[in-house]
Design a protein around this ligand. Structure first.
Ligand SMILES: [Zn+2]
Length: 432
């Protein structure tokens, strides 16, 4: 066995702090000297360098300074088992309190549950150290070059074809999540990863949860980045459904068309005001679940007529078909808002579906006589995500043991495990 030490450093000395995080992969002998590890550049501008000895004793030189890995930092690394570039995501400070470890456990379980091309899933989880030293979790996922936020703010032109194929994939991924009974609860452009082929994957399940069927049970309102937050959450509704994710998609659709945030407010109240400016004052029936104060705020103001025609001015791509679908997503009353499944059958998305399944998907394939299409263009999940295990979680130590066992079980017999090893010889050489 040889070990390799990965150190993160940044080229900007202004942000250099002390080394706090070192990742060391243990690599089995048969993979030989790890020369492809010489220098890697990751997404966020961090450079990853290596130190240590490869399997056949070839030393690696470590350059640069140690740097604090940001919260939930994702690094681009090379998997030493097959040489493929993958993303390594660090989940730090997992075991600070019961709430944070339950949330991380849920996210881990979801990442291992997902099997859909438009939803990010875990390719692997690095083997945890002994439970006494177990503080951080590292997940390996597919590497995606960018996200929709970066695309929208970039100068790169976005054609109608781009918008259609992005929107199709967002809804295709959401339909899958909703069919598993999962609400994402933080759909925003930054959580929609894209690669250079325009394949899109929904990521970040830190706020995701299983849909609550019992309307008497309260759900937290501390969800969804404000600009993409559905009116029922802004109005303090104690119970909400998958319709909150569709509202966020509507906001993103408008943002793709107009290249600017649709409802960019300074506060939740102003957020609600901007929404009613566009949609008009909602009828009382659309505010049934709202809290008293929010309802009073809306009714106190002047009666506003809807001004949806301004959506045609978002861009040239805001055709009648586009605005029609957009207006079905941006419906104030969640009960009347279009579902992901119904949105996918809107004619606006026909071209996106065709493009995706002609040259981007992994569910269809080409033969000499043409393309063989899958039977189900937008598949549901194989059953609902089961969160019953959460009912019996009562202490940090208990969840820690369960997560430890879960990760170990995930790996059994599948692939040669990779692990974090801060006590490795490479680490000691480095700190000397
Ligand atoms: Zn396909």
């Amino acid at each position: 066995m040889g070990s390799v030490l990965v150190v993160c450093y940044c080229l900007n000395p202004a942000v250099v702090t002390s080394l706090v995080s070192v990742v060391s992969f243990i690599v089995p002998e048969q993979f030989g000297p790890l020369s492809f590890f010489s220098s890697l550049l990751c997404q966020t501008g961090w450079t990853v360098c290596l130190s240590g000895r490869g399997a056949r004793g070839i030393p690696f030189i470590c350059e640069g300074l140690g740097l604090k890995m940001s919260q939930r930092c994702t690094l681009s690394v090379t998997d030493p088992r097959d040489g493929k570039r993958v993303a390594l995501k660090k989940m730090p400070n997992v075991f600070q309190n019961l709430v944070s470890c339950k949330r991380v456990f849920r996210e881990l379980k979801m990442l291992c549950f997902f099997k859909h091309d438009n939803v990010l899933s875990a390719l692997d989880i690095l083997q945890p150290p002994q439970i006494d030293c177990f503080e951080e979790i590292y997940v390996i996922t597919e590497l995606m070059q960018s996200d929709l936020h970066k695309v929208i703010v970039s100068p790169q032109p976005l054609s109608t074809d781009h918008i259609k194929v992005f929107l199709y994939q967002i809804l295709r991924g959401l339909k899958y999540l909703h069919s598993a009974g999962i609400l994402h609860r933080d759909i925003k452009p930054g959580n929609l990863l894209v690669n250079s082929n325009c394949v899109l994957k929904i990521c970040d399940f830190g706020l995701a949860r299983v849909e609550e069927m019992d309307e008497s049970r309260h759900m937290t309102q501390e969800v969804v980045t404000q600009y993409y937050r559905a009116p029922e959450i802004l109005m303090g509704s104690r119970h909400y459904s998958s319709a909150i994710d569709i509202w966020s998609v509507g906001c993103i659709f408008a943002e793709l068309l107009g290249r600017r945030i649709l409802f960019q407010a300074q506060s939740p109240i102003q957020q609600l005001d901007l929404i009613t400016d566009l949609l008009g004052t909602p009828p009382l029936s659309a505010m049934m679940s709202a809290c008293e104060g929010a309802r009073a705020h809306v009714l106190r103001g002047p009666h506003k007529p809807p001004s949806l025609s301004v959506l045609y001015m978002l861009s040239e791509g805001a055709t009648h078909e586009a605005v029609h679908l957009l207006c079905r997503m941006l419906v104030f009353d969640p009960a009347k808002r279009i579902s992901g499944r119904d949105a996918l059958s809107h004619p606006y998305l026909d071209e996106g579906r065709l493009r995706y399944h002609t040259c981007m998907c992994r569910c269809c394939f080409s033969v000499a006589s043409g393309r063989v299409y899958t039977r189900e263009f937008e598949p549901n999940a194989n059953g609902r995500f089961d969160d019953q295990y959460e009912r019996n979680l009562s202490s940090v130590w208990q969840v820690k043991e369960l997560i430890h066992r879960f990760i170990t079980e995930q790996q059994q017999g599948k692939r040669v495990p990779l692990c974090i090893n801060p006590q490795s010889a490479a680490f000691k050489t480095f700190i000397r």
